[in-house]
Design a protein. Structure first.
Lengths: 230, 230
DNA sequence: ACAGAATTTTAAAAGAAATAACAATTTGTT
DNA sequence: AACAAATTGTTATTTCTTTTAAAATTCTGT
């Protein structure tokens, strides 16, 4: 996956910060400091995703979006200081993509960007994304896990947590990372994570006390190991 | 499926709003602010569907429809503030394919547009549209579901619900979405949905307690999953 | 080996969806 | 019209999922 992201943000410092996060994730990004400049870029190059700050000088984010949507279908992540803007966007039927409230956690933003790019590039390829590990097959957007062809009964949340872990397999994810990305909330009861980790282990590990896939890194979080050596 | 939609709506803001919804769904659309302009467009370009507001200045929606139907057979969705207009249209024997009352839910409108385009593009190809999943074949027009050639006994409502789910397969549909689209009413008893989901599962799933096609997304709704992985 | 921190485990309350059984309505048949 | 059969809609109950809380265990550094 090689994503090209257009960031529209008038505060250059914040824009460059986002660029930094994205380059750490292996994503190319371009920064436009106004809606006008952004439309120019879009005219000349193709992007996979747009990160849009609503509060812009001159043509504002809403106007941009209205115009943008007439010509482009790529996903947009909206960044805004006021969470009430979300209702406005939704009311306009613009709520297709994602909404992130300032101040945001960098990891949350990059996780969503990656997920969106994957989802939309897959559609263009008309190809289903399936993760395989051991005897398992996880259908990314099918909410379905099979073991040797048999459906494993996982609840919605269980699948969502598993999906996030697998998407980031090989990386250590803190309970906080998991919470912000799966629950899509900044605050809440993080102790739920441990409960879900345990439920997943009981359902997918041979011996849930000795997990092969879903390991704990004490003090750091959890990590999903795709291929282990026997 | 690449649909081209002509919107006839004198209030430009509403027209642009509809365009917005449609572009979010990957559909091209053109806006005409009067019946006269619309006829001009139709003369020059070919469209797959027309969305018509009845209340127009100059030549009104009824007159337009009367004239339009002499020349074109493409489907029409009528948008109107007065639900009594539906009777008038029907009384005139005018072939409107769908009727939507203002204010409408964006999702409802786009779902109907998508369904109509799919159904009618098949006519132009003189080809029956059949949706296949697993051993099943769903014939859209015939209200027929076959499993390995054998007809599966589904009631009308059951087929309608299934069809709606399949038309939007891969998307999560809330009970409310299903209700508004299938029952074509804004308000009513939504608990019926769960009952129909269950009836469908019993008829099409191998193990209705572990569905592979018709999945529940807890807290969100239901999703129809086409097959994956062999 | 100990204290404190982090994680796992268990349990139970709250919320959502599935189920079964029934009543009302529609449809077809004689 | 009267009846039977099938479909549709409604409701109460059960089951499952999610969330929350707290106790038990394990881990880490000293």
């Amino acid at each position: 996956m090689k994503g090209k992201v257009l960031i529209i943000e008038d505060e250059e410092e914040i824009g460059e910060l986002i660029q930094l996060f994205l380059s750490n994730e292996g994503l190319d990004s371009f920064l436009a400091v106004s809606a006008e400049q952004a439309l120019n870029y879009l005219d000349r190059e193709s992007f996979d995703l747009v990160v849009l700050d609503l509060n812009l000088p001159g043509m504002d984010g809403f106007e941009f979006l209205l115009d943008f949507r007439k010509h482009y279908t790529i996903p947009v992540i909206i960044v805004s200081a006021r969470s009430s803007d979300e209702d406005v966007i939704a009311g306009l039927g613009l709520g297709a993509d994602e909404f992130v409230t300032k101040p945001f956690k960098p990891k949350l933003l990059t996780a969503r960007i990656r997920a969106l790019i994957r989802r939309s590039s897959k559609y263009s390829q008309q190809q289903r994304l399936i993760f395989r590990f051991g005897d398992y097959e996880l259908d990314y957007d099918g909410y379905l896990l099979k073991k040797k062809g048999e459906i494993v009964n996982l609840s919605t949340r269980e699948i969502e947590v598993l999906r996030f872990l697998i998407e980031n397999s090989g990386k250590v994810l803190s309970p906080d990372d998991i919470f912000t990305s799966v629950w899509q909330q900044e605050y809440g009861d993080i102790s739920a994570i441990a409960v879900y980790i345990q439920r997943l282990r009981k359902k997918i590990e041979e011996d849930y006390r000795n997990p092969q896939y879903l390991k704990t890194i004490h003090g750091k979080g959890y990590i999903f190991i795709k291929d282990f050596i026997k």
